[in-house]
Write a new protein. Structure first.
Length: 201
């Protein structure tokens, strides 16, 4: 489960089995939080975490297309997509998308795009692609997005969109259940939102 905010995200962690070698969370914590517009530690230690999480964010994927699309070509029908939908293969210039990133989530999305560019071995401001996405549009609405965000290591991500116009309200998890990802780095420490050091010291 992932909860997205304009400049941060929260990822609920599955129960971990002792002895598997997977780092656990502090006692009582079941969520990891990451502030996406701050912390050199996040940039150094967890760039893939950011790309993996944002790669499931429909708004991020939609904005990649809106900001960075440079060409599109029609594709045929695909099972599971409404028959009335038209599909396109879209070439996305990541450097262009990063430069154009705006809005409340713009700084966070620009940083995530920067991680994607870095994973391709190119610097910011240079051609980093194109990154290919498949987009299906039904009328004036995008109903499905498919792509493999560079650097995520999770393969192809497919996001289906429906129930347009439905109000959605999502609250972040209680601070008492959240561990800041920076506190999980070697030597990392940050004050928890609920008070006290994130490592409990």
């Amino acid at each position: 489960c992932v909860v997205f905010e304009p400049a941060s995200l929260f990822v609920r962690q599955p129960s971990m089995t002792v002895g598997t070698g997977t780092p656990g969370l502090p006692r009582g914590k079941s969520w990891i939080s990451a502030g996406l517009t701050e912390s050199p530690s996040l940039r150094t230690n967890f760039p893939q975490f950011v790309v993996q999480a944002e790669g499931t964010n429909p708004v991020f994927l939609l904005d990649l297309v809106a900001w960075g699309a440079v060409s599109a070509a029609p594709i045929g029908r695909v099972a599971g997509v409404p028959s009335s939908a038209r599909g396109f293969v879209v070439d996305v210039d990541l450097a262009r998308a990063q430069t154009a990133a705006t809005g409340p989530s713009g700084p966070a999305f620009a940083r995530a795009i920067g991680y994607e560019i870095g994973s391709l071995g190119t610097g910011a401001g240079t051609s980093a692609g194109p990154f290919v996405m498949r987009v299906w549009i039904d009328g004036s609405k995008v109903v499905e997005l498919e792509g493999s965000p560079p650097g995520s290591g999770v393969g192809v991500t497919t996001v289906s969109l429906s129930s347009f116009g439905t109000a959605v309200h999502v609250d972040p998890p209680p601070s008492s259940e959240v561990a800041d990802i920076v506190s999980l780095t070697p030597g990392g420490e940050r004050e928890n939102a609920g008070g006290g050091d994130s490592d409990g010291a």
